[in-house]
Design a protein around this ligand. Structure first.
Ligand SMILES: CC(C)(COP(=O)(O)OP(=O)(O)OC[C@H]1O[C@@H](n2cnc3c(N)ncnc32)[C@H](O)[C@@H]1OP(=O)(O)O)[C@@H](O)C(=O)NCCC(=O)NCCS
Length: 326
């Protein structure tokens, strides 16, 4: 048995293959070919990004991609994703990919490497550990059944928002009220994003990168809700389409400026997304949150049910200095 890797070519056949392999390996994060193509076209090309197809005796059995992670504060911080056909030999396929990646990343002076894996795939997690990766963060996935959501539990929220003088409006209203809505969204985003638990320090996205998400195929104008205090945007909650599955929505982001927290604003925003999900015809909203993030508790209070968690694995690629050397 010979396992080899080759570069993804961008051909129609390779895009079809990528879509099939991704959906077999990560059905929880189903993606159509349209999304893969969109992401390929709009990816920030300044950053190193390599896709490898893994073949057994010439037959594709998996793919892996790795990139210099542009949104972290560390230069030469690499991140990779594996999507291997569950019927294939995961260990052999992953080893072939990781050997090819490791040689390249080492030659580029990579300092850290990370990836994600679902915790219920214990054998895959073990393989990562065998390669020196350790779990650095746990993010339970969770899902809300919107069809049975009981809004009467939250009948106090409208009065609370009126009391707090906070308006909750949709993105269409934000656009019509503020000509500079994109800049305002960008200004709202960073203080929130920088408070989301991560394994590494994040770097602020350039404005041009940030606004790309408003034209992503999964973006829904009616899925975005904003909290306004006077004429300032102070919070948001966004749900996105799950391409190819109209019965599901996924959470993009929920956040409130530090100055406005613990006033029920996130709760009010989430309720609007759930009402929208009902109008949209979705049965579930899915999300994942770091396990100690108050957002996770808030979601559980709302009725989100935990699913197997994503584990974020990290590996330091720098030679370790011993205490005698230091
Ligand atoms: C998580 C977050 C959105 C909560 O916003 P918020 O407007 O303060 O939330 P609410 O006021 O609606 O809180 C509702 C309930 O959630 C729980 N909760 C919220 N923040 C909490 C905290 N810091 N500690 C403990 N419980 C908390 C409480 O039960 C709270 O009810 P209570 O205030 O009556 O006790 C906000 O802290 C935030 O923006 N964090 C950074 C961004 C982030 O991590 N987003 C999630 C990932 S996308």
């Amino acid at each position: 048995m010979s396992i080899t890797t080759r570069r993804f070519t961008g051909s129609d056949a390779d895009f079809a293959l990528k879509t099939t392999l991704w959906n077999k390996a990560w059905p929880e994060y189903y993606r159509t070919e349209k999304i893969h193509r969109h992401d390929e076209e709009t990816r920030n090309k300044e950053y190193y990004f390599i896709e490898l197809i893994i073949e057994q005796d010439g037959t594709p059995i998996g793919m892996g991609e790795y990139m210099d992670d542009w949104d972290t504060d560390i230069d030469d911080d690499y991140f990779f994703m594996l999507y291997i056909d569950p019927d294939a030999d995961f260990q052999a396929a992953a080893n072939a990919f990781m050997n090819a990646m490791n040689a390249d990343v080492a030659s580029r002076g990579g300092k850290t490497s990370g990836t994600i894996m679902l915790e219920n795939h214990e054998d895959r997690c073990q393989l990562l550990k065998d390669h020196g990766y350790t779990p650095a963060m746990r993010e339970p996935r969770s899902e809300l059944d919107v069809t049975s959501f009981d809004f009467s539990r939250y009948d106090w929220v409208d009065a609370k928002m009126a009391d707090e003088k906070i308006e909750i409006v949709g993105l269409a209203e934000v656009k019509s009220r503020f000509a500079d809505w994109q800049q305002r969204s960008y200004d709202l985003d960073w203080p929130i994003v920088s408070d989301i638990p991560t394994t590494v320090e994040l770097k602020r996205q350039p404005f041009e990168e940030f606004i790309k998400h408003f034209s992503h195929p999964n973006h829904l104008v009616d899925g975005g809700y904003y909290a306004i205090d006077g004429d300032q945007l102070v919070g948001l909650s966004v749900v996105k389409a799950v391409d190819g599955n109209p019965e599901q929505l996924s959470v993009g982001i929920t956040g409130v400026l530090p100055s406005h927290r613990r006033r029920g604003i996130a709760t009010a925003l989430k309720l609007e997304t759930i009402k929208f999900a009902r109008r949209y015809g979705a049965k579930i909203i899915k999300t994942d949150n770091e396990e100690n993030n108050p957002m996770y508790d808030l979601n559980v209070q709302l009725g989100f049910k935990p699913k197997p968690a994503l584990l974020i694995f990290e590996k330091n690629l720098q030679p370790q200095t011993t205490s005698e050397e230091a």
